[in-house]
Design a protein around this ligand. Structure first.
Ligand SMILES: [Fe+2]
Ligand SMILES: [Fe+2]
Length: 192
């Protein structure tokens, strides 16, 4: 029913990713948002969550920080406000907008909530899953964007992956665990 709206939101977010004002580069679309959408929808099926809410929230979860880097630090908060504005313009029902906003506000795990909705669980877990499946993006972030040295970057990526693993729901854990072991093995290997 809202397929056309979702397509338009996809265009809004991808265009923001292409814009010069996006400090992360286009990779945040091609190597992050697209994957978060994919894994979040996969989890939505497993958790019986509302796939429409999940897809919209996955598309918009990092939008604020992409659009304006001054919002990056608190992008979960600004992102919820952006979702309100964008979805309001599409006349999306307010109770559904609220569900999308809850997913965005809790996706980093920094805003405590008694219990995440199934939809919010899908977004938080899918966001963390992409880190485990997209190690080259993390390496790029460490070595190129943050300019870290070899060991510092490796430790940073390993820590990021460990933190991501701690955020996963059991269904997501099952999907990424094998990949996690491989990544950890490669990054921790010491030459003999
Ligand atoms: Fe985020
Ligand atoms: Fe994200």
């Amino acid at each position: 029913m809202y397929l056309k709206m979702i397509k338009e939101i996809e265009i809004i977010v991808e265009n923001a990713c292409k814009s010069n004002s996006n400090a992360f580069g286009y990779g945040i679309w091609s190597h992050h948002i697209v994957d978060v959408v994919k894994y979040a929808k996969l989890l939505a099926e497993k958790l019986n969550a509302d796939t429409e809410i999940v897809e919209i929230a996955a598309l918009l979860h990092d939008y604020a920080g992409i659009k304006d880097s001054t919002m990056a630090e608190e992008h979960h908060i600004y992102g919820a406000a952006e979702a309100q504005r964008i979805l309001g313009e599409f006349n999306y029902p307010q109770e559904k907008i609220q569900k999308v906003k809850d997913c965005i506000i809790t996706h980093r795990g920094s805003v405590p909530m008694k219990k995440l909705s199934q939809e919010a669980e899908c977004i938080a877990s899918a966001d963390a899953m992409t880190h485990v499946f997209n190690v080259p993006s993390l390496l790029h972030l460490a070595y190129v964007q943050h300019g870290m040295g070899i060991d510092e970057g490796k430790e940073w990526v390993l820590n990021k992956i460990e933190r991501s693993m701690n955020k996963l729901c059991p269904e997501a854990m099952e999907i990424v665990y094998e990949q996690y072991l491989k990544v950890r093995d490669v990054l921790s290997r010491i030459a003999v």
